[in-house]
Write a protein that binds this ligand. Sequence first.
Ligand SMILES: [Zn+2]
Length: 218
Amino acid sequence: MENNLEVMPEHLAAHVQTIRRLRQFGEIFWQRGWSRGTSSNYSAVVQRHPTQLLVTASGKHKGWLTDSDFVLVDQSGQPVHADQPKASAETLLHCLAAESEDVGAVLHTHSVWSTLMSARYASMGGVLLEGYEMLKGLSGVTSHEHSEWFPIFPNSQDIPQLVEQVRAEMSTAQQPLHGYLIHQHGIYTWGKDLDEAFRHVEILEFLLEVLARQASLG
Ligand SMILES: [Zn+2]
């Protein structure tokens, strides 16, 4: 992580703490096998009215992100400064989650278990997680006697179309979603701040791994 030659771009200097946290998340997720290679992307809301998000730049290895590997974008995913690297192709999915003012960070991982389980449950449209103690790690959940619907969307390179599918599900869901899966791709989740979003990744990864290992035990 230390690189003395690294110079942080001026427009990012005010967000150094957020950048360092997101770099740390990248290292941890990479070590756990949830963000291998250049997969995954992470963001944090750094301003409201108007909204600005700090998003990982496209094509950067998540195990060794640098201070320069971030882009500031507006609510529509457009860069708010010239001379920035290209934002992640999936930036609009971060912008969608950040439309809610209760959301302060959005994290997307590509783990083995989420990839496997998104395929296994695709025909059912989602995964129902219920009865697990670990569900209490999701914000607002106070009992293991909780049913959490974790929808699965078809993978697509047409991100605006995917955004509309996710938006439609969010608006009709019976309870607020904590995240969703994309088919054979990975998890999207969010939280009121970086810590909560990180915890949601851990909880959802744990629960999907439990379901997958349970299925493999027969
Ligand atoms: Zn992805």
